[in-house]
Ligand binder design. Structure first.
Ligand code: COA
Length: 181
């Protein structure tokens, strides 16, 4: 398991899935805002569930479950996706269960994903893509040194309206462990 200050990142377990489906996926507003694809109903045994344990782990995507170290309880999901080994870059994604938000865990998860990307995978550049009004995600990235590199105007269709997306990037040479002011 990868450990941060208060959280750990481990493989997805089969028994994580009902909790993630109920608390994250079945919250249609949250799922639509976080995923970039239209929400659709998922049966409990769906083989192509975005939450499922990936039997054939893909080269360009890794899925973690996030646990609170104290108590070892499941608090969310995190991913490193779009891993490009030629350009040595990847994107980060995360979503926490509602009760775990706003407690500093998101910032800790981004820090731990950066350690994984830069130290374990020797990547050079990490990117976060988020909706422009997602202050908690923007701040979690910025607290780890990500800088805003651009706005994709009206690029995301979210439940009836187009919303801007913000791209943030962090290069390994600018990465310092520990939160920024
Ligand atoms: C986005 C998310 C991962 C952030 O994690 P978090 O644990 O809630 O964030 P933190 O507690 O580490 O807070 C980070 C910063 O955001 C601020 N913040 C947290 N929740 C906030 C909110 N609802 N509104 C405004 N600011 C907020 C905190 O004050 C903190 O700011 P600071 O560093 O300036 O003090 C989490 O809120 C979440 O899972 N949201 C739903 C799914 C989602 O949006 N995922 C991202 C898709 S790209």
């Amino acid at each position: 398991m990868l450990t941060g200050g208060k959280i750990g990142l481990r493989a997805r377990h089969e028994d994580d899935i009902p909790v993630l489906r109920t608390e994250l996926y079945n919250d249609v507003v949250n799922a639509a805002r976080a995923s970039g694809v239209p929400w659709r109903p998922l049966s409990p045994d769906a083989k192509d569930s975005p939450l499922s344990v990936d039997a054939e782990e893909k080269e360009d995507r890794l899925s973690f479950s996030v646990v609170e170290l104290e108590g070892n309880t499941l608090i969310g999901i995190a991913s490193v996706w779009g891993i490009d080994t030629h350009n040595r870059s990847a994107h980060l994604g995360l979503a926490l269960l509602p009760a775990a938000r706003g407690k500093g865990y998101g910032t800790d998860v981004v820090a731990t994903l950066c350690h994984y990307g830069f130290v374990v995978r020797s990547l050079h550049r990490l990117q976060v893509d988020t909706l422009a009004d997602n202050t908690a995600m923007l701040r979690s990235a910025e607290r780890n040194g990500f800088v805003r590199e651009g706005v994709l105007r009206s690029s995301a269709w979210v439940l009836g309206e187009f919303v801007d997306e913000v791209l943030l990037g962090l290069l390994v040479e600018d990465w310092k462990q520990g939160p920024r002011p």
